[in-house]
Ligand binder design. Sequence first.
Ligand SMILES: [Zn+2]
Length: 624
Amino acid sequence: MMKIRFAFPLAAALVIAPVGSLAAQARDTTLAGFPALASEFVFTSLAFSPASATQAGLHDWTDPFTGRRAHLDSLLDNFSPDAIAKQRAYFMRVQSRLGAIDRAHLDAQTQADYDVVANAAAFALFGLTKERFHQFKPQMYAEDLGNSLFANISLEYADKNTRAADLTARVARVPGFLAIARRNLRATNEIYTRVSLEETDGVSSLVKSMGADFTRGTPSQARYARVAPPAIAALAEYQRFIKDTLSRRGTVDWRSGVGLFNAKWKYSLAVSLTPSEELRIAEDSMRNTRAEMLSLARPLHDKWFPTHRHTGDSTAVLNAIVSETLARIGAEHANRDSLLQQAKSDVAALTRVVRDQRTVSLDSFPNLQVIPTPEFMRGVYGVAGAVFAPPLNPHLATFYWVTPIPAAWTAERADSKLREYNTYKMLDLTMHEGIPGHVVQGAYANLLTPDWRRLLRSVYSNTPYVEGWAVYGEHVMMYDAHVDGGDPVKMKLTDLKGMLRIYTNVIIDIRLHTRNMPGDSAVAFMMRDAFQERPEAEAKLQRAQLDYVQLNAYFAGVEEWTRLRQDVQKRDGKDFNLCRYHDTVLLYGALPVPAIRRLYMAGIAPTAKGLASRCERPSAANGR
Ligand SMILES: [Zn+2]
């Protein structure tokens, strides 16, 4: 799914209140004042990053401190030292205002919100003062710029003329934005350099062609034609700077090291297990899963390839048997023109399962549209993805995009993609992105009340909650519901191959960043133990080298969800009602799962608008 990225730059200047008025602020933030603080925090921190604000649906903003109005869609993120200092001051002030609130006197739900704000402020300060990507990652500026400009083109937040004018205003700011980048950056490395040069090329071609196409025929066309060439020249200059100047300024290790890794782990995942514990569990799961795959694959293999004799060490035998079996399963696929059709019929079938088996109460998703991925997004979404309505406009459509196979592809190339995204894999993907995964979770998150709480928990949603829920949906919930595409063994093997990828991500991320695993060992490991082809493994290595901790969210999340359900089931015994459990945890919104556990175990009711429960009515299939 698409998630808002926070780069924490300052857009509209904030005037920091003098010390004298700080005390007044603190007095203001009594228990009753917390909701006001929380929503001020959401809007102010969003406004720090116009790129994120456009995505979240915040377009115009009046600074609560200065009364100054800003049209965020026409601004770029501001990484100037002055802007960063103002941001730091704001987040520190939020910390002191939180410090003045007696958390123990808040109700349990508000305590969870308090923790979200506290964590977000601490994470922002970590980014600005410890991690400091703005000083060490040249690619960050290219990505931030690309996202900003692309948002004007791709998000239909206003009519085309307005968005063309916004885009033109942003393009006019590109030279200034890159001048700040050149001043901020202190070091790079080979990988950052390579990726930032590529990504800057991408931004350049966006300005040159996509932006020109988008503004053509609008009142901004002439102005765009004037501002684009200086922007393109500044991008070329930025590339020369990265190659010639920055590489001489200094080198930065792409490995984060234990200190940064553990700190980011705490802020960005907020799960109960440590990296070492997750690593151990992932390595055990990996071994067990491979053994399970062998025992599932062997009978199929022996039936399909009766003449095969596999010899060698046990790893080679296992790999041969399992990969031949997976390849044969891959032969069952939609044809090149019917991927979208399969996704639509899978959505319909999964909606029926959710309804008939009463896994959750919500069983219709009128805002969901299953459509082909828009053409200009197909580079980002190679296969499929769920794209939500912006948190500030929750009534807009949620899309499940499915990327068609280009007509220009040869039969061979099309076939290779179709074998990978075969019938079972596509069903699995629709469970994850759609039902009961992201689409269901997103629909529940929209029901939260009051509105400040809904906004806080969706703008600052916890990734392990969100991604872990989707993996729990495919790996546990739909498995229990016997959704198997007509063949439980083929479905299970497909699911387990996906789980291997999730374990692998954890293992390489932790080992690369904190235990000096060599890059080529990571590639060899992915190819040998997780049935990955070299290009896929190399792409994953690069992704791990560009950022740390992120790759853990899926596993850390599904681990939390699985344990929570087991513990609740154990506690409640025969009173356990799966549907009621799912409704409750979804209606809490995307808090860190340990917070969900605290609320659930204490019997705290979610605060949400009406959802008719279907959990109590008898159901033929409710046999567990
Ligand atoms: Zn996902």
